[in-house]
Design a protein around this ligand. Structure first.
Ligand SMILES: [Zn+2]
Length: 178
């Protein structure tokens, strides 16, 4: 996985790009929580479920079905936020799914089970510039941890922030013209 911190770059970028009027702050916080949630599946290791199992790490919790179901459930449970379904559902869906998409761009581990439960196949992208993060804080505070952060900075944070600020700028200029 990329580090937990880096998964949050996706909802934060969407928030910057589309603004707090469309994506209220509470929804951003929910998106941040949801985008790291799939890795709660590391508990599978403790339970003795193998990595390659559908319920193992990078399995069901990283699938398209999981992202979709959780977004719908969140919409039903948070209607008091009064955020439109056409904003809330895609925002949360993409925040959750982006976790697996980033994992599929890492240099190590097994691929991501996007299609579980329909297919147990694990996927990686051909282009995998993100260095896989060492598990555990002790292993992380080493030179390897620094290499990971550097790859995430260059291949996740910079491109996402550049894109979101570009969209923000276009929105502001567009708004002024009208
Ligand atoms: Zn993951």
């Amino acid at each position: 996985m990329p580090t937990i911190l880096t998964h949050t770059a996706v909802p934060i970028s969407l928030w910057i790009a589309f603004g707090k009027k469309r994506i209220p702050f509470q929804l951003l916080l929910l998106g941040i929580a949801f985008c790291v949630l799939p890795d709660a599946d590391v508990i599978a290791f403790k339970l003795g479920i193998p990595y390659e199992h559908d319920l193992g790490h990078r399995g069901l919790s990283h699938s398209i079905l999981f992202a979709f179901s959780l977004s719908i459930l969140a919409y039903v449970l948070t209607r008091k936020f009064q955020v439109k379904a056409r904003v809330l559902i895609p925002f949360l869906f993409f925040s959750i799914l982006s976790h697996g998409l980033l994992d599929a761009m890492t240099s190590g581990g097994l691929g991501v089970g996007f299609l579980i439960p329909y297919s147990s196949e694990r996927f990686f992208f051909d282009y995998r510039p993100i260095r896989v993060s060492p598990i555990g804080i002790k292993n992380f505070l080493t030179a390897r941890g620094l290499v990971v952060l550097k790859s995430e900075f260059f291949f996740v944070w910079i491109p996402l922030f550049a894109a979101s600020f570009a969209i923000l700028l276009i929105r502001l200029l567009w708004g002024k013209k009208k």
